[in-house]
Design a protein around this ligand. Sequence first.
Ligand SMILES: CCCCCCCC(=O)SCCNC(=O)CCNC(=O)[C@H](O)C(C)(C)COP(=O)(O)OP(=O)(O)OC[C@H]1O[C@@H](n2cnc3c(N)ncnc32)[C@H](O)[C@@H]1OP(=O)(O)O
Length: 230
Amino acid sequence: MSDIDNGRRLRAVDDGLLRRREAIADLGDALRLLIENATATEAPTEELIRAAERIRRAAAPLGERVRGRFESAAADDLLGGVRLYNPVTGAGSAFAPPLEISREDGLAVGTCTLGLAFEGPPSYAHGGVSAMLLDQMLGYAVSVSGHPGMTGRLDTAYRRPVPLHTPLRLTAEVAAIEGRRVTATGTIATADEPGEVLVEATGVFVALRAEQAQRLFGPVIGRNRESRAG
Ligand SMILES: CCCCCCCC(=O)SCCNC(=O)CCNC(=O)[C@H](O)C(C)(C)COP(=O)(O)OP(=O)(O)OC[C@H]1O[C@@H](n2cnc3c(N)ncnc32)[C@H](O)[C@@H]1OP(=O)(O)O
C-alpha cells in the first residue's frame, strides 16, 4: 500500500472514530433530555404508559451488540484518558450531568448544572451526587499532577445545600504527596458566587503498585491493547 493510500486509510479510521464519538455524545444528550423530562414530567398517566413502550422499543436495537465488563467501549481510548461513558464526565453517559473539567493555573475547574434527576432535599442536590462530583474533581487533579491513584478516602463537609438548575463551579487541587498517598482538596460553589463554598472535600488517593494495577485492570488493559493493534 502506498503512503498516500495508507494516509487515506488512517484518515478514514479517524473520521469514523470521530463520527462515532459525535454520535455517542448526541445519543447521550438525547438520553439526558429523556431522564430530565421523565423526572420532571406531570404528563397524563396514559402518556407515561405510551412513553415506556416507545422507550423499550428504542432501547432494543442498542442491546443487540453490547460489550462485557472487561471490554472498554470501541470509541474510548483508555490509555489516552477518553472515557465517553464515565458517569460524571462522559458525554455518552445517560446520567452524567456531564461535568466539564479544565485546568486554570494549576487548579482543576469544573462546571455543570444539575437537573431534577439529581434532587435530594427538595430543590437541592443529593449529597451523594456532590460527593460523586468532588471525587471526580479530586481524581482529575491527582491524575494531572502525574501521580494517579484510586480514592482511598473522601471526606465531605456540606456547608450549604447545592441548588439545582443553577450553574455550578467546582475546584480541586493537590495539597500533598507522601509516598503512594496523594491528598487533594476541592470545593463546590455556584458560578455566580464562587467565593461562597457550599461543599468542600478532602480526599486521599493511593497509587497502585504494579502488581495491584495488573490484578485489578490487567484484563481490561490487555483487551484494549489488542483491539488497538487489530
Ligand atoms: C481522571 C480520573 C478521575 C477518577 C476519579 C474517580 C476515582 C475513583 O472513584 S476510584 C474508585 C473508588 N476507590 C476504590 O475502589 C479503591 C478501593 N480500595 C483499594 O483498592 C485499596 O484500599 C487501595 C488501593 C486504595 C489501597 O490498598 P493498598 O495499596 O493495599 O493499601 P496499603 O498498601 O495498605 O497502603 C498504601 C498507603 O496508602 C494509605 N492508605 C490506604 N488506604 C487508605 C485510606 N482509606 N485512607 C488513607 N490512607 C490510606 C496507607 O496508609 C499507606 O500509606 P503509606 O504508604 O504512607 O504507609
